[in-house]
Design a protein around this ligand. Structure first.
Ligand SMILES: Cc1ncc(COP(=O)(O)O)c(C=O)c1O
Length: 394
């Protein structure tokens, strides 16, 4: 019989050194906020992951450890079962986190002064990592559609790409807007990348959390061009709430790109997994589908709950329904506030910690990103505080 999980169960995370609750003062200048920001969940990490780690803890030695077959196989089986993607063992390496993986690609495969293309509004390390590595970041902003969604601007991409552009970083599915890119979009992107010798990092960390019947298309699978130019990064960390364990993987189907990237990675031993990364990953991927489906059903209800509440109480704040993941992109532009006034409203008046949309780059200034991976008993007062603060503005 399927075990039923309780996502309403309150979990106090304060005092665990978690970024989401324990770094509020540092980030927002006050800690009396309801925390709806950094992208992890307030739900308990699934019991089968915790149990597997507990079992390994019973052995009293934690020395150097080899990456073992059943760990790799669990990732391969998961990718095939979930995304019909048959990944060869030799295409894969462990990496210690996706942001670090982006830094490694930039440092191993590009030179100072090279250009890196990103498509804002997008996850901010896509800009920070190349900028702080002496690379030039080139922007191909997403185009806003009438329904509030976004599309890639291929005409602009063709116009900005030149021989100094070496890399494009893709968020697939997209953070912060929760977009599941269509196969056609990914095929077109791969054509352009291939024509201009761009490597594409496809960051697929949110791929196991598609919502409302959407399904994810791995970039590398859409065409031969995509397979040739792609470095895919994935992880169980978002889906199973184990970001603190640090376990991610890289997939590079093309042999020569693999040799260039993986020889550097191996020499630096950046591809050596920690004991608990392997144990937690295998436990999550082998046992996790029922938990994952129940968690996503709860997330969909949370998104609908926020959407209904806004419709009824704050119709000027528009919610873009995500097609994947637990991050909701809220458009505050109808309030007509300056950027500072919007932040003051949310942080100091509504007492909420959300991600300021401006951090994701151009097009994000009038937005807030709300993390709904929490109990409804947290969302309800958060929305009430927002309603009261907006009402007091008038
Ligand atoms: C698109 C995207 N990539 C990467 C990360 C972070 O991944 P990691 O913790 O493996 O560096 C996040 C976390 O929010 C994310 O949303």
């Amino acid at each position: 019989m399927e075990k039923i999980y309780d996502f309403d169960k309150p979990v106090c995370r304060r005092g665990t050194h978690c970024v989401k609750h324990d770094a509020l003062d540092e980030i927002y200048g006050r800690d009396d906020l309801i925390s709806l920001w950094v992208a992890d969940m307030d739900f308990e990490t699934p019991d089968f992951v915790v149990e597997a780690m507990r079992e390994r803890l019973e052995h009293p030695v934690f020395g150097y450890t080899v990456a073992y077959d059943s760990y790799w196989q669990s990732i391969q089986d998961w990718l095939f079962a979930r995304h019909s993607w048959r990944v060869e063992r030799e295409w894969m390496r462990y990496i210690p986190g996706i942001v670090k993986g982006i830094g490694m690609v930039i440092n191993a495969l590009t030179e100072r002064g090279d250009k890196v293309i990103i498509q804002p509004p997008v996850y901010h390390p896509f800009r920070l990592v190349p900028e702080h590595s002496g690379r030039e970041v080139v922007f191909n902003p997403l185009r806003r559609l009438d329904d509030g969604g976004y599309e890639m601007d291929f005409d602009n991409l063709e116009s900005i790409v030149d021989s100094r552009c070496k890399l494009l970083i893709l968020s697939n599915p997209h953070n912060p807007a929760g977009i599941v890119w269509s196969r056609e979009t990914l095929i077109r992107l791969a054509e352009i990348a291939d024509k201009h010798n761009l490597i594409v990092i496809s960051d697929e960390i949110h791929c196991d959390m598609t919502l409302y019947g959407n399904s994810h298309t791995p970039f590398a699978t859409v065409s031969e061009a995509a397979a040739r130019c792609s470095i895919t990064f994935g992880a169980p960390s978002k889906t199973f709430n184990i970001a603190g364990i640090v376990s991610s993987y890289a997939i590079v189907p093309d042999a020569s790109l693999r040799e260039r990237f993986y020889s550097w990675l191996s020499a630096c031993e950046m591809d050596a997994p920690t004991i608990f990364a392997m144990v937690a990953t295998e436990a999550a991927f082998r046992n996790g589908d029922s938990w994952r489906r129940q968690m996503l059903a709860y997330i969909e209800q949370n998104i609908d709950f926020v959407d209904d509440y806004l419709h009824q109480n704050l119709p000027m704040i528009k919610l873009l329904k995500p097609q994947a993941s637990f991050l909701v992109w809220l458009d505050f532009s109808a309030l007509g506030l300056s950027h500072d006034a919007l932040n003051d409203l949310v942080v100091n008046k509504a007492r909420l910690a959300m991600n300021d949309g401006a951090m994701f780059g151009c097009g994000g200034e009038q937005f807030m990103r709300m993390n709904v991976a929490t109990g409804r008993s947290v969302l309800q007062p958060a929305l009430e505080q927002l309603r009261d603060a907006v009402t007091r503005l008038k």
